[in-house]
Write a protein that binds this ligand. Structure first.
Ligand code: AMP
Ligand code: ZN
Length: 117
């Protein structure tokens, strides 16, 4: 997609620090890391966010999660890691190309069982 930052990164038109790549996806270091390890995994094909996924994307998303597990092994994220995908404004999505954050290397403060204030 034209004028999409992550499409350009996947095509190598904008530089990034590659962590992993194959024919379906690309992984690179987040430019503004929120944890000692902060990696982004993106499909090469432009998809706006996880909110628009359909059955046709199931194999791709399954593949991406297998890649995430492989990256976690390669990076020795043995103490655990968190996978996050923001969809839409209220969730804080700033780049409108589906991406999965892999965060690791510090305790994650917001727990899944935190209650709403
Ligand atoms: P989100 O806020 O969920 O849309 O995440 C977008 C992420 O992309 C943020 O964590 C940014 O730091 C990261 N980011 C933005 N531009 C770049 C870039 N050129 N290279 C690597 N990461 C980037
Ligand atoms: Zn894109």
């Amino acid at each position: 997609m034209e004028d999409c930052l992550f499409c350009k990164i996947a095509e190598g038109k904008i530089p990034s620090t590659k962590v992993y790549e194959d024919e379906l996806c690309y992984a690179f270091l987040d430019i503004n890391p929120l944890a000692p390890t902060h990696i982004l995994v993106i499909p090469r094909r432009h998809i706006d966010s996880c909110a628009v996924l359909t059955q046709a994307d199931e194999a791709l998303i399954g593949h991406i999660f297998t890649v995430i597990a492989e990256i976690a092994r390669q990076q020795h994220l043995d103490n655990g890691f968190r996978v996050v995908s923001n969809a839409g404004e209220e969730a804080g999505q700033t780049v409108k190309h589906l991406h999965f954050h892999i965060l690791a290397g510090r305790p994650m403060t917001a727990k899944m069982n935190d209650r709403m204030a």
